[in-house]
Write a protein that binds this ligand. Structure first.
Ligand code: CA
Length: 533
């Protein structure tokens, strides 16, 4: 390791510990904590032995019936707000009904405290590694022109890689956004097959939408400069081993509008094919929508109550989720498939009105609840009791450990690096299961911002906006003042009224938890890949 990078990492660790330098703190477990640390490299978890037994009995019975491990299907929507689906209080109320998401939530487990990372790339890499972006180096989206100093995936153990070794077929359909250089593509990091886009919707639409980006689209010289950055604007089909084909270039708004339909068609055909095979499968279906810029596809134009493109696209995404679950049922594998539906971060307020809804403070890119609290529906017919709702904490990184539990591969979780995910299989499967997670840590790039513990949330740094709707483009990150900003989310879900030093016992306890979190970076130093540590 170069000396300068080593020093940069050491500086980050010191900065982390200094960020939580509060009075009355001690290292290790605080008085408020019940979580148990079973290994120095694993995040402490709450212990529920009874529900683990119940969940494993269910899994054993299913395996005895089917003779194989279950399939795993994640459906990741881009930038959808917590308040968009009907069951979360949105739907027709905000101009876009979501009958399919609502039905699956009502027939499964609807979770109200699911947390993502603040932006796309961090979430997408974290859920596939079970590790915080600051540990893998993927702290923010990779943008056109970024020069990475190393391939973050080279020494990571991704979920598809581990599942592949455990006998699974693995496919990523749709948006990737975690690197498009050779060695970083989905089919380079563990997936058997990739069919989709390397980039986010806006990275492609900025090259075709002359109404939004006339200074680029109508200026051939600049457009050429953008192309030279190597940023892909094509639908890609790739296979493990490196074979990669460009299926279609997205050179018009009309083509952009139909991108999710094309990927949906691939997923439906792939489900049919994989269901006939001998191996279980892991399918990650990632929508391009509803990330700005939204363009209604032909079939869905004007189909929402609102008629705005974002809302039409919510209706489209919801319809395709219905199609995907129906395809699993038609293929006879629905009872043996764990389905999880979520969004990779909160709504992007900067693109209003081309954006979603959250009842919480802030939006995408912030550590306020609006940025990181997302919808989360776990559906598994016959395995997850219908009609469950829970406010238990769930970090999307928990999907890593939980999916490996379902696959019978928890022994393959790496021990030589820190894993932030927690095994939530028992929470999801036991009829009255409770979350095994006590705390969620919120980071913005390499800044430790906040932590939720039970219904409390402590901010040690805050993102402040300087214009109401500009949550990315006009913000500053500030250190908090005399006391950290401590909110009780049950009585103040919008994080407006800190209870601060008047809850001193909890404040010290939570600061101790932040210290313990910081200490994990001393033993397991973060990785710098050149995205600005
Ligand atoms: Ca996103």
């Amino acid at each position: 390791m170069r000396l300068s990078r080593k020093l940069a990492i050491q500086a980050l660790v010191l900065q982390l510990v200094a960020a939580v330098a509060l009075p009355c703190v001690c290292f290790g477990q605080s008085v408020l904590s019940k979580a148990v640390r079973t290994s120095p490299s694993m995040e402490p978890a709450l212990s529920h032995p009874g529900q683990i037994k119940e969940a494993d009995a269910k899994l054993d019975a299913l395996r005895a019936k089917t003779g194989r491990r279950p399939n795993i299907v994640w459906i990741v929507i881009d930038d959808m707000g917590w308040g968009d689906p009907g069951v979360y209080g949105g739907g027709a109320v905000v101009g876009a009904a979501t009958p399919n998401i609502d039905r699956l939530a009502n027939q499964g487990l609807m979770m109200t405290s699911v947390y993502s990372q603040p932006t796309c790339t961090p979430t997408r890499s974290a859920i596939l590694t079970g590790r915080l972006p600051v540990r893998t180096g993927l702290t923010r989206p990779i943008l056109a022109g970024d020069k990475l100093t190393k391939n973050p995936w080279a020494d990571e153990s991704s979920l598809p890689k581990i599942l592949g070794e455990a006998g699974y077929k693995t496919v990523l359909a749709g948006k990737w956004h975690v690197g498009e250089a050779i060695g970083m593509r989905p089919h380079d990091v563990g997936f058997d097959e990739f069919y989709g886009f390397y980039e986010a919707e806006k990275e492609i639409s900025q090259g075709v939408d002359k109404r939004r980006y006339p200074d680029l689209v109508l200026n051939p010289e600049r457009l050429e400069m953008l192309r030279k950055t190597g940023s892909s604007d094509s639908l890609i089909h790739g296979w493990k081993g490196g074979r990669t084909e460009e299926v279609e270039k997205i050179d018009s708004i009309d083509k952009m509008a139909e991108a999710d339909r094309v990927v949906r068609d691939f997923t439906l055909a792939k489900i049919k094919e994989l269901s006939q095979g001998q191996e279980p499968f892991f399918l990650e279906h990632c929508f391009m929508k509803v990330h700005a810029d939204n363009f209604a596809s032909k079939e869905f134009e004007g189909k929402s109550g609102s008629k705005y493109p974002y809302k039409d696209d919510v209706v489209e995404v919801d319809a395709y989720i219905g199609d995907i679950v129906k395809a699993l049922d038609d293929a006879g594998v629905l009872d043996n498939t764990f389905v999880f539906i979520t969004s990779d971060n909160g709504p992007q307020l900067d693109s209003w009105p081309d954006t979603g809804y959250t009842p919480f403070r802030g939006g995408k890119a912030s550590a306020w609840e609006g940025g990181v609290r997302v919808p989360g529906v776990a559906y598994w017919r016959g395995m997850i009791k219908p009609g469950r709702q829970s406010d238990g904490l769930f970090d999307l990184m928990d999907l890593f450990n939980t999916s490996l539990h379902f696959a019978g591969a928890t022994d393959k979780i790496p021990q030589d690096r820190y894993i932030d995910g927690i095994d939530q299989a028992s929470y999801l499967l036991a009829d009255d299961g409770e979350s095994n997670r006590e705390k969620v840590f919120m980071w913005s790039e390499s800044n430790l911002m906040a932590m939720r513990m039970y219904e409390y949330k402590i901010h040690v740094k805050v993102i402040e906006t300087h214009a109401q709707w500009l949550g990315i483009d006009m913000t500053t990150i500030s250190q908090v003042g005399l006391a950290p900003w401590l909110f009780n989310l049950y009585i103040d879900p919008k994080e407006e009224y800190p209870v601060g030093h008047r809850m001193n016992a909890f404040l010290a306890s939570m600061a101790a938890e932040l210290k313990a979190h910081g200490a994990t970076f001393k033993q397991y130093p973060p990785k710098d890949i050149g995205l600005g540590q």
